[in-house]
Ligand binder design. Structure first.
Ligand code: SF4
Ligand code: SF4
Length: 425
């Protein structure tokens, strides 16, 4: 990234030396994991560019937008309704939670047995290396798992602009009423932050922007059903990750352009991997940037990941928001209906999730499922056992993996993945 951004990073209060260190590690990791892949589609050039400017040009765009009055909202969860944010002209960005940083500092604020994702959010704040966090006008935390819920009490002392959204834990009538009330409260908070009144017309525009991006992602997911897979799981994950940062309209255009190319590849029998390569589905905790370890291990072993049952993946983008309503109330109800279907493991009971996993495995012709859990993540660890049982009843083997963001277990993971692939073969 260009030297030109130093003044911008400084004005955001970043620790330049630490930030340089982070960019160096990220750049090297990207080079080793992504740029070394064979037979990448040309359309990935766009995503390479976005990643090379993820702390540069994209931040500049956000800051330039702020100078024109456009607010930036940071979020940690796919339950934050983007349609409402877009309806005010503001931008929603996902906050990085995919790498360890400032771990000694983090240990002063959080118990050691906290999941890596929460620790990472704190590490990026305490290490002063995340320009998204520092440029956000509002940071939305959500009461999902206990770890997040309680850590927001601590985060509240570290950031000046935390907004906490309460979320239901049960799919009941009362739970849905809570979600509706919380989205209404969030709508008011967004109107207050931006000074923009959310009308039906504005809400429809917000819904269209987000739906178009989801539809492009659905198109990409379907193309991965081909054998050979036209795109690697690593690249598909990267696109899922970039969706949280990039301008949504530009991103949608780039994904559709890539899909045009992938359709041609499929027609010519070309793929990112060899025909007949073992096909795996990922399921479990979200993999935020730059968490690329497991797909890298899996694809280095000769398999291909054909889908992600994850919030950075299909759980996050599944289902469009119905846009036919004419009033703000009707459209808000449609938004609640759409998010109500997200089957995060924080819900109890959560019978839809194994069904979705089986459906996705069938749709993308997966031969096995890797259940990915982050160490100390109670909801996904607890749910992994019944999920495995239900999915294996359908004759689909499941490999349960619990890991963190360090590379210490990479060799051990490789051995387990290779054994799993042999078993599938
Ligand atoms: S896994 Fe649950 S808490 Fe995490 S982003 Fe998804 S919906 Fe939110
Ligand atoms: S990975 Fe698990 S423990 Fe960590 S924030 Fe997500 S739901 Fe909570």
């Amino acid at each position: 990234m260009s030297e030109d951004y130093k003044a911008m990073w400084q004005s955001l209060g970043l620790d330049l030396a630490a930030h340089d260190q982070l960019l160096e590690v990220l750049g090297q990791g990207y080079q080793d994991i992504f740029l070394s892949q064979q037979a990448r589609p040309e359309g990935m050039e766009y995503f390479n560019f976005v990643m090379s400017e993820v702390h540069g040009l994209r931040i500049k765009e956000l800051i330039d937008g702020q100078a024109e009055g456009k607010k930036v909202v940071g979020s940690f969860c796919v339950f934050v309704p983007e349609e409402i944010v877009r309806a005010t002209g503001a931008t929603l960005v996902g906050l990085c939670t995919g790498a360890d940083f400032a771990t000694e500092e983090v240990d002063k604020y959080l118990p050691r047995n906290t999941c890596a994702l929460i620790k990472s959010a704190f590490g990026f704040k305490l290490g002063k290396v995340c320009p998204y966090l520092e440029s956000a006008d509002m940071i939305v935390g959500e009461n999902t798992c206990d770890g997040k819920k309680k850590s927001y009490e601590t985060l509240n002392d570290l950031v000046p602009n935390l907004y906490v959204m309460d979320l239901p834990q049960m799919h009941t009538k009362e739970g849905k009423a809570l979600l509706a009330a919380e989205y209404d409260r969030f709508k008011k908070a967004m109107e207050e932050l931006t000074g923009v009144e959310i009308t039906a017309e504005r809400l429809k525009e917000g819904i269209a922007i987000v739906n178009n991006r989801r539809a492009a992602m659905h198109r990409l997911y379907k193309l991965r059903a081909s054998d050979p897979a036209p795109i690697s799981g690593l690249d598909a994950l990267l696109i899922n990750q970039v969706a949280f940062y990039d301008d949504p309209v530009r991103f949608t255009g780039s994904v559709n352009k890539l899909c045009d190319e992938l359709e041609k590849r499929i027609a010519q029998g070309e793929g990112a991997t060899a025909k007949g390569a073992p096909r795996l589905l990922f399921s479990g905790c979200p993999m935020a940037v730059p968490n690329w370890k497991l797909p890298w291990v899996v694809e280095s072993a000769g398999a291909v990941v054909v889908g992600e049952e994850s919030c950075v993946g299909e759980r996050g983008t599944r289902n469009l928001t119905e846009a036919s309503g004419e009033t703000v109330e009707e459209l808000m109800t449609a938004i609640v209906d759409r998010y109500w279907k997200i089957d995060c493991a924080v819900f109890t009971p959560n019978p839809e999730r194994p069904e979705h996993i089986k459906q996705m495995a069938a749709d993308y012709k997966a031969q096995g499922v890797i259940h990915y859990g982050l160490q100390f993540c109670q909801p996904y660890a607890m749910e992994a056992i019944p999920v495995e049982k239900k999915v294996e009843e359908g004759d689909l083997p499941v490999l349960r993996i619990d890991t963190d963001y360090s590379m210490e277990d990479a060799e051990q993971l490789k051995t387990r993945v290779e054994a799993f692939l042999e078993m599938i073969a």
